[in-house]
Design a protein around this ligand. Structure first.
Ligand SMILES: Nc1ncnc2c1ncn2[C@@H]1O[C@H](COP(=O)(O)OP(=O)(O)O)[C@@H](O)[C@H]1O
Ligand SMILES: [Mg+2]
Length: 314
């Protein structure tokens, strides 16, 4: 055991990814108890400050996905309360959660991303109608596009647009989750995800969804996605992707465990999609699977992530 202190497993919350977080939190809580730690499960709500105090939480193991749990807000609250926490800090979390801001950082570090535009609601919406021409006029890549909210996760609000007449519905759907939306060039190819733990690459996985793309249903319904570990790709290309993943993790100033999503196009060019600062943590989630292949069993992984709370450097 690396600490005798009381660990609060922060899960749930109010984001669209609440259910997934509860499952991740449950797995983390059970692993900590199994390792002999003094752990308490905290379902995060608006009075989280009081709950943390009442439960005597001294270290926070953050397993919140999406929303305030992953965008730096909870991290800021924990800093103000003086409670050390696992994973990325305020800035790393905020940057990673915002697909526009993180892409700026990736581009400035020379990490390839798919061409994209940012669509702001107030600039394109008028009386409930969306001015499609204002959007197509500034877009210099052809359909299909992937339309996604700037600050969501789990593929929530994401859709693929193949025809011009689908643009409006896709934007409206994405705007349900925020006022900024990205329209990105659709990259056809293999989806590769790289796991990182403590500034080292653990390995990767190829995800092959049986749906049009790796959507919410494919992510969370057993059997709807095939996982290939390690990915069946050219060794040197795999090395390049791993290096980009670590570079992206560092570019955003992330800490602890992250999962970095890529698409490798049909000519083997990688494009970075995003960095997830609080990857799914059920025993069948991707990062735990990648860790397992690298010889890091689930409880060991949880303990190593816990260590990120104790190191203090931010
Ligand atoms: N540019 C793209 N080309 C092809 N597919 C994409 C692209 N962007 C996203 N996708 C698909 O949508 C999924 C979710 O997109 P992602 O950017 O990772 O957002 P989220 O934070 O919701 O996971 C990806 O896993 C992939 O299947
Ligand atoms: Mg993703």
């Amino acid at each position: 055991m690396i600490t005798e202190k009381r660990i609060g497993v922060l899960a749930g919350g109010t984001s669209a990814e609440r259910d997934v977080s509860l499952r991740s939190g449950d797995a983390v809580y059970k692993a900590l108890i199994g390792l002999g730690y003094d752990a308490v499960f905290i379902d995060v709500s608006a009075d989280v400050c009081r709950t943390l105090r009442e439960n005597g939480v001294e270290i926070a193991f953050v397993v919140l996905h999406g929303g305030h749990g992953e965008n730096g807000a909870i991290q800021g609250l924990l800093e103000v309360m003086g409670i050390p926490y696992t994973g990325s800090g305020i800035l790393g979390s905020a940057l990673a959660m915002d697909k526009e801001a993180s892409k700026m950082a990736f581009i400035s570090h020379g990490i390839p991303v798919a061409p994209f535009i940012v669509v702001r609601r107030k600039e394109v919406e008028n009386r409930g109608r969306i001015n499609i021409q204002a959007i197509t006029a500034i877009t210099d890549f052809p359909l299909p596009w992937v339309v996604k909210p700037a600050t969501e996760g789990s593929s929530i609000g994401v859709s693929i647009v193949r025809l011009e007449e689908q643009i409006e519905a896709a934007l409206k759907q994405a705007f349900e989750y925020g006022d900024r939306v990205l329209a990105e060039r659709y990259v056809k190819g293999k989806e590769i995800q790289i796991g990182i733990l403590g500034e080292k690459v653990l390995g990767g996985v190829e995800v092959r969804p049986l749906r049009e793309f790796y959507n919410y249903e494919a992510k969370y319904t057993p059997g709807l996605t095939n996982y290939i570990l390690p990915p069946e790709i050219d060794r040197s290309k795999y090395g390049t992707i791993k290096a980009f993943a670590l570079q992206a993790h560092k570019a955003l100033g992330c800490k602890g465990a992250t999962r970095v999503d890529f698409i490798l196009d049909e000519s083997n060019n990688p494009f970075l999609l995003e960095v997830n600062t609080i990857p799914g943590m059920t025993e069948t989630s991707l990062l735990p699977k990648i860790a397992m292949l690298a010889g890091v069993e689930f409880p060991d992984l949880i303990e190593k992530i816990l260590a990120s709370a104790l190191r203090g450097e931010r």
